[in-house]
Design a protein. Structure first.
Length: 236
């Protein structure tokens, strides 16, 4: 029963952030090109900060610099290969779907960490759950905005939010059940998903934000998003 409860906590932790991020795109979709381009740049900056300062440092330390970079590059290579085999999709569909892969892979080890921590200390686990919920919000924006641009309805995004939370719930259950699971495996998952997310952020989201609005606002949005991401990482 305890394992099931921990799994549900992990699931709803991720779902809250994804749901709120998806729903917020309703307002953004109705906004002008300048605002939408700025928000795309903002979410790209958030993701870059999250990848560089939250995901990768611990993974690179534990795996070793060269091993960690190699696994990260495997994520980049997979993303490039998938992009080349999804020519029937629009840029927006490709960006959104590939980010779903990257974030889902990342959520498995993050869920394991949450489950292990909840098993060891309820207070510490709840604190981590709050951080994860906050981090899930910009991740949801990064997924939902491209898909909204591709014409995906908000009802489908809400359904996506339920599905995207599953890896976190499964990871939390596994982490609680096998608290001593190999940390190397978890760090490899984090590094790999970091490569996927970094490729899509730099190769799809940032360039497309400039296509939406060719002024300076997308770049300024990215800088602000990066600064906010660094602040969140430091504070949380």
């Amino acid at each position: 029963m305890e394992i099931l409860i921990i799994g549900l906590v992990g699931y709803f932790t991720a779902w809250i952030g994804f749901f709120l991020g998806s729903v917020s795109t309703v307002v953004m979709k109705k906004s002008g090109s300048r605002f939408l381009g700025s928000m795309m740049g903002f979410t790209a900056g958030l993701l870059i900060a999250f990848i560089c300062f939250e995901m990768l440092p611990g993974a690179l330390v534990n795996l070793g610099l060269y091993t960690g970079i190699t696994v990260l590059l495997l994520g980049v290579i997979l993303s490039a290969w998938l992009e080349g085999h999804t020519n029937s999709l629009t840029h927006w569909h490709k960006a959104g779907m590939l980010l779903i892969i990257g974030i889902s892979v990342h959520n498995i080890p993050e869920g394991m960490a949450l489950g292990s921590m909840l098993r060891a200390s309820t207070a510490a686990g709840i604190s981590l759950a709050v951080m994860i919920a906050i981090h899930s919000f910009p991740a949801a924006l990064a997924i939902a905005l491209p898909l909204r641009q591709a014409g995906t309805k908000i009802s489908k995004l809400v359904l996506f939010s339920f599905a995207l939370a599953l890896p976190m719930g499964v990871g939390a259950s596994v982490g609680a059940l096998f608290s001593g699971i190999s940390s190397i495996f978890m760090d490899a998952c984090v590094s790999f998903s970091g490569g996927v997310m970094l490729y899509i952020t730099c190769g799809e989201i940032l360039p497309e934000s400039k296509e939406i609005w060719r002024g300076r606002m997308p770049a300024l949005g990215a800088m602000v998003g990066f600064a906010v991401g660094v602040w969140l990482t430091y504070r949380l």
